[in-house]
Design a protein around this ligand. Structure first.
Ligand code: KPL
Length: 308
């Protein structure tokens, strides 16, 4: 199988280095040519819970150099999905599958507009990783990776990908209900990401203080109500307890949104808390807490140069 991972961020580097342990042809596509050369020459450096190791990966900035792929994994920020798809025409063959392993809602819809529903896979991974420098990451937390087709069918290709991921050391399973999966993961990000970005706390600290704990609960409860109204089956019996359990399990993590804010970069707020507010429109479910969190993060990300 020929597999390309798009995006050299923490998750892209983590996936590329683990998958490079397989016998398949693995590429990492980085739109920044200078950085691509650097990562190609130095390899990817990993530290943290999987030990200190290095992975040699094929890296390029040119999709034409890679050619048609069997599987393309999108690991760019959600706001870059559209742009990334524009650049990969040369990699899309007749049967290429395109898998989103990104945070937030809306990515599979964007991918299916380009690749078609049949070839779009949605997924989520609970690995935690921090980008330390170009091609250098800390593997901060281990968790399952789950993916599936939009129509829920479990095909031979999906089984092959599952085996390949598992053999490479990424614990993976297939789901028949990616909506349930993506909304359940969304609810975790709704509770943690914006609040950590605003308070600048590690994930675990959010539930130690009454103020942040209350806001977390309210944001999550709004999202649960929206999901219920949309008849989305959440995969956890008690989603709020799950969010609190994730805070504990990833206590020392700097959430991806806090990493963005610390680097003074754009965040995925529109695809997380902003998505809850959008989906609630017309359903008669008020989402004031998610609206405030969204607007606060938007104010932070558009005023980096002015902050005291
Ligand atoms: O997915 C995450 C993120 O940081 O984006 C969590 C689960 C909150 C872990 O940090």
């Amino acid at each position: 199988m020929k597999i390309t991972i798009i995006g050299p961020g923490a998750m892209g580097c983590l996936l590329a280095s683990f998958l490079s342990k397989s016998r398949e042809e693995i590429w990492l596509l980085d739109k920044n040519a200078e950085r691509a050369l650097k990562i190609r020459d130095q390899g990817i450096k990993i530290e943290g819970i999987s030990g200190n190791w290095q992975a040699k990966v094929n890296v390029t900035a040119k999709a034409e150099e890679i050619g048609p792929q069997d599987l393309i994994i999108i690991a760019v920020k959600s706001y870059d999905t559209k742009g990334a798809l524009k650049d990969i025409k040369a990699m899309l063959g007749e049967s290429t599958l395109v898998l989103s392993l990104q945070n937030g809602l809306g990515n599979t819809e964007i991918i299916s507009e380009v690749a078609g529903q049949e070839r779009t896979l949605g997924g989520a991974t609970n690995h935690g990783a921090t980008l330390l420098a170009a091609g250098s990451i800390r593997h901060a937390g281990r968790g399952e990776t789950v993916f599936g087709r939009m129509d829920g069918k479990i095909t031979a290709e999906l089984r092959y990908i599952r085996e390949l991921f598992n053999k490479a050391g990424l614990e993976t399973r297939i789901t028949k209900d990616i909506k349930a999966l993506l909304w359940s993961k969304l609810i975790i990000n709704v509770g943690i990401n914006a609040l950590t970005a605003i308070t600048r706390l590690n994930n675990g600290r959010l539930i130690e203080f009454d103020g942040s704990r209350k806001i977390l609960e309210e944001a999550v409860n709004e999202a649960i109500k929206v999901a219920k109204k949309k008849r989305i089956r959440l995969i956890y019996d008690d989603p709020l307890s799950k969010v609190e359990a994730v805070c504990e399990a990833t206590a020392a993590n700097v959430s991806s949104m806090l990493q963005d804010v610390l680097k003074q970069r754009r965040t995925e707020i529109d695809f997380i808390n902003g998505a809850v507010v959008r989906h609630a429109q017309g359903l008669g479910i008020p989402t004031p807490v998610n609206a405030v969190l969204t607007n606060l993060v938007k104010a932070i990300e558009s005023s980096y140069a002015l902050q005291v």
